[in-house]
Ligand binder design. Structure first.
Ligand code: NAD
Length: 480
């Protein structure tokens, strides 16, 4: 078998130790891989590169297409961009797959039957990293959700369920509040779920869904979510299964894939030879199945299960009732190597099959709909307190056909008929619409902005209000 070349980055903190342990196990198990190492992370950041990776290292990652990455420390402040987030986005790694199961009674957990997979959207949502300070008092973060992004991740979740014999896909969103963004994710989920009648599907609001996962995780199988919710949920599931040190993940795109532990660089544990290498090892096991070496992946996983069963545990799993030996990182790796070729005696051994990568159909653009401009939200930095006073100033700049319909502060309607109890910041949204039967054009907006400027009002941004096929496609103000 020709060895598959993969890119390896040891990472920061505990990264080098757990990478050494992982690669030793892979080599001993006969993985047909050749590694090409790159340096990324803290040292690269501190040398003045705000992305944490050099151009030459990008080239290596793009050439080899398969990337095994240790955890990275993103230095605080200073405009450093998270390498994890940029790797996922630059390489189009849209699916973050985090399987999670408990290993009771060998690893202590309140949830002995937990066995689920979190499939997190990896490129969009609040992680677009588009943030602005707009006024003295208000900052904003843009939440971007796209139809192609939703279609890819939701279809991936159903295909994953089909390929791995999973019975149900659950979707968590907060579409009762975010009707446009999370609403789109849920709409696409419903559309695609209908194409997989053999797989059960359900939707839950993310707060109660997460609470139920924490309480009865055995009721869940595959869970697909937008980026931020998926980030939070997957740490919860790993922790309640026994330790965040156990979880591995794959980040899969159409061309490239990256494999890692779900945890971070745990700087407090670094250099002590005590960290659990299992998270990165599980990432590497997913990598081996991805590159067509499921037999090696299976051998390692079963040896790992046998080691856990024997009670040889790193400190995070160690408990006098369930453990027989407290092992350091490298000692734990050695115990796994000694068990290669053996299977667990009590826990069900795993069986991995050659499944091939999940190939999704090309995204087909939705037909263009009838889009009509029907208003504009003009956002102001205004230091006054009384919405009536602001509305009076705004009435001055209204033009024929365009009228002020509402003023909100942090989304709450404060004019007309606001409550004096509503707390107001210096960030105001002023909604202008056209009268019944009139048509709004871009020139109206330009005229409004000129008027506001002449009036000495500080416009910080505008958002156009559209209808698509006659249906208004924007949120109403709370209380409108
Ligand atoms: P962390 O996951 O590094 O550590 C949190 C705690 O979890 C640790 O203190 C430790 O108690 C436990 N833990 C984590 N990994 C363990 C292991 N392998 N074995 C045993 N116990 C383990 O989270 P953090 O402290 O919030 O973040 C530290 C740094 O890691 C930050 O700079 C953060 O940006 C970075 N980070 C990187 C990644 C990544 O590279 N994918 C992910 C998350 C955080």
């Amino acid at each position: 078998m020709i060895k598959k070349k993969i890119t390896v980055a040891k990472g920061d903190g505990i990264g080098p130790e757990i990478m050494e342990a992982t690669l030793r196990i892979l080599e001993a198990a006969g993985a047909q891989i050749e590694t090409e190492e790159i340096e990324v992370g803290e040292q690269v950041y501190l040398s003045g590169n705000t992305s944490g990776i050099s151009r030459a290292s990008w080239d290596v990652v793009r050439k080899n297409k398969i990337f095994l990455k240790g955890p990275i420390t993103t230095p605080q402040g200073g405009g450093y961009k998270s390498l994890n987030v940029s790797t996922r986005k630059f390489l189009g790694l849209f699916a973050n797959v985090r399987p999670c199961r408990s290993f009771a009674p060998f690893v202590r957990t309140r949830h002995p039957n937990l066995d689920l997979v979190v499939i997190r959207e990896n490129e969009e949502d609040l992680y677009a990293g588009i943030e602005h300070q707009q006024t003295d008092e208000v900052v904003q973060c843009l939440k971007l959700i796209s139809r192609p992004g939703c279609e890819k991740i939701v279809r991936y979740a159903f295909e994953y369920a089909r390929q791995n014999g999973r019975r149900k896909v659950s979707c968590f969103t907060k579409d009762n509040i975010m009707k446009q963004t999370d609403g789109l994710f849920r709409t696409v989920f419903n559309e695609i779920a209908g194409q997989y009648p053999e797989i059960q599907s359900e939707h839950m609001i993310v707060d109660i869904g997460t609470a139920k996962v924490a309480d009865t995780p055995e009721d869940f199988d595959v869970i697909v979510l937008p980026n931020l919710y998926g980030d939070i949920l997957s740490d919860i599931t790993a922790q309640i299964a026994g330790s965040v040190g156990l979880g591995g993940s794959s980040n899969v795109g159409e061309e490239c894939a990256m494999f890692e532990a779900i945890h971070g660089s745990a700087p407090g544990l670094a250099g002590k030879d005590i960290a659990n290498p299992s998270g990165l090892l599980h990432g590497a096991i997913m990598m081996l199945t991805h590159i067509g070496q499921p037999d090696v992946a299976q051998k390692i996983y079963n040896a790992w299960l046998r080691t856990i069963e024997q009670g040889v545990h790193t400190y995070d799993l160690y408990h006098e009732d369930t453990s027989t030996h407290l092992a350091g990182t490298q000692e734990f790796a050695q115990a796994i190597i000694a068990n290669l070729g053996k299977e667990p005696l009590t826990v069900q051994p795993v069986r991995f099959h050659e499944a091939g990568p999940i190939v999704l159909p090309r995204y087909i653009r939705v037909p263009a709909r009838q889009k009509e401009l029907i208003g504009v939200d003009v956002f102001l930095h205004w230091r006054g307190r009384d919405p009536e006073e602001l509305a009076k100033e705004l009435q001055e700049i209204r033009q024929q056909a365009v009228f002020l319909s509402m003023v909100t502060n942090r989304g709450i309607k404060v004019w007309p008929d606001g409550f004096k109890e509503t707390f107001c910041t210096d960030h105001w949204r002023c909604r202008f619409q056209v009268s019944e039967g009139a048509t709004m054009v871009k020139q109206h907006i330009v005229d409004l902005l000129r008027g506001a400027d002449e009036q000495g009002l500080d416009v910080i941004k505008t958002e156009n209000l559209y209808s698509f096929d006659g249906v208004p496609a924007y949120s109403l103000g709370q209380g409108q």
